[in-house]
Design a binder for this molecule. Structure first.
Ligand code: HPA
Length: 289
């Protein structure tokens, strides 16, 4: 079974592999970032704004899953934004590409071993909440995992975190309040909502969207949840922001396509960058105290 193949070799633990990858990354830069950013579909442009950047293709980092979807560069960029050191994942892989949730969590393991204490996860999502429009920015308040997989399945390594991690505060309230305050100061509209994750790659049917609305979801997407769970397992603070690419399937009748999702990314880039400029230094200041 493919699952058996994706398990780490018995003689090297995930912890040892994460530690080794973290050391090899840190050997290439003098920066010691405490904050990481994961850039989702069509949102990779932010990584080009970092100064003094070291760019490492995922292919050069042992164990990093490589994204196949267009709109995902597949590079780890270490650099500074207004003197704040950041580790930025320019693109991510997805469950629908055939990776397990555990494999998708490995980059977060590596970031954690590098000393990252807070991560900002971004994604493109479909809007279920009627107030959300294409190009809206939405803070994820909570998630519903409908991916049929959990990245912590299998043996637990206590060096990462506990067997049964608490997810009652998965998305840091402090970070969300900070983001809302900065958005208000900048005059950027920032909503809040619950993100439901399916594994994809097909978009949802109208009946599935009605189901999601009934169970309390405001957004739907195909990523973020495995990373958020792994981050929380390691005690890393999580802030997550969705960029609305389209209205979900039952709210429109012209269909959804990936090109539209990427185009929506360009629409939000300026606002997202302004928000990052305001929020990331504040998060970094908290995490280096
Ligand atoms: N559904 C799931 N994932 C998505 C969507 C959607 O409508 N839009 C962008 N990513």
């Amino acid at each position: 079974m493919s699952r058996a193949r994706s398990q780490p070799a018995a003689h090297t633990t995930e912890f040892a592999r994460a530690e080794r990858a973290a050391k090899s990354i840190l050997a290439r830069t003098k920066l010691r970032p405490r904050v990481a950013v994961v850039l989702g579909s069509g949102l990779g442009g932010f990584a080009e704004r970092l100064a003094g950047a070291t760019r490492i293709p995922y292919a050069k980092i042992s164990g990093f899953p490589r994204p196949g979807a267009t709109g995902h560069a597949g590079r780890l960029v270490l650099g500074t934004l207004d003197d704040v050191a950041l580790a930025v994942m320019q693109g991510r892989a997805h469950l629908y590409e055939g990776y397990s949730a555990r494999e998708l969590g490995f980059p977060l393991r590596v970031l954690g071993r590098m000393g990252i204490r807070a991560v900002v996860l971004t994604n493109a999502a479909g809007a279920i909440h009627p107030d959300f429009r294409m190009g809206s920015l939405v803070l994820i308040r909570d998630h519903i995992n409908l991916m049929g997989e959990n990245p912590l399945t299998g043996a637990n390594d206590e060096r990462f975190g506990p067997r049964f991690p608490d997810l009652s505060h998965a998305y840091s309230q402090d970070c969300r309040q900070m983001a809302l305050a900065e958005a208000q100061r900048l005059g950027i509209s920032l909503h809040e909502g619950v993100y439901a994750a399916f594994r994809g790659p097909s978009y949802e049917t109208p009946a599935e969207i009605r189901f999601l609305r009934t169970i309390g979801a405001d957004l739907v997407g195909m990523s973020t949840v495995p990373e958020a769970i792994v981050a929380r397992h390691m005690g890393i603070q999580v802030l997550a922001i969705s960029s609305v690419a389209n209205a979900a399937a039952d709210l429109q009748n012209q269909g959804i396509d990936h090109a539209q999702v990427l185009a929506a990314g360009a629409l939000v880039e300026e606002r997202l960058t302004a928000l990052f400029r305001a929020v990331l230094p504040r998060i970094a200041a908290e995490e280096t105290q």
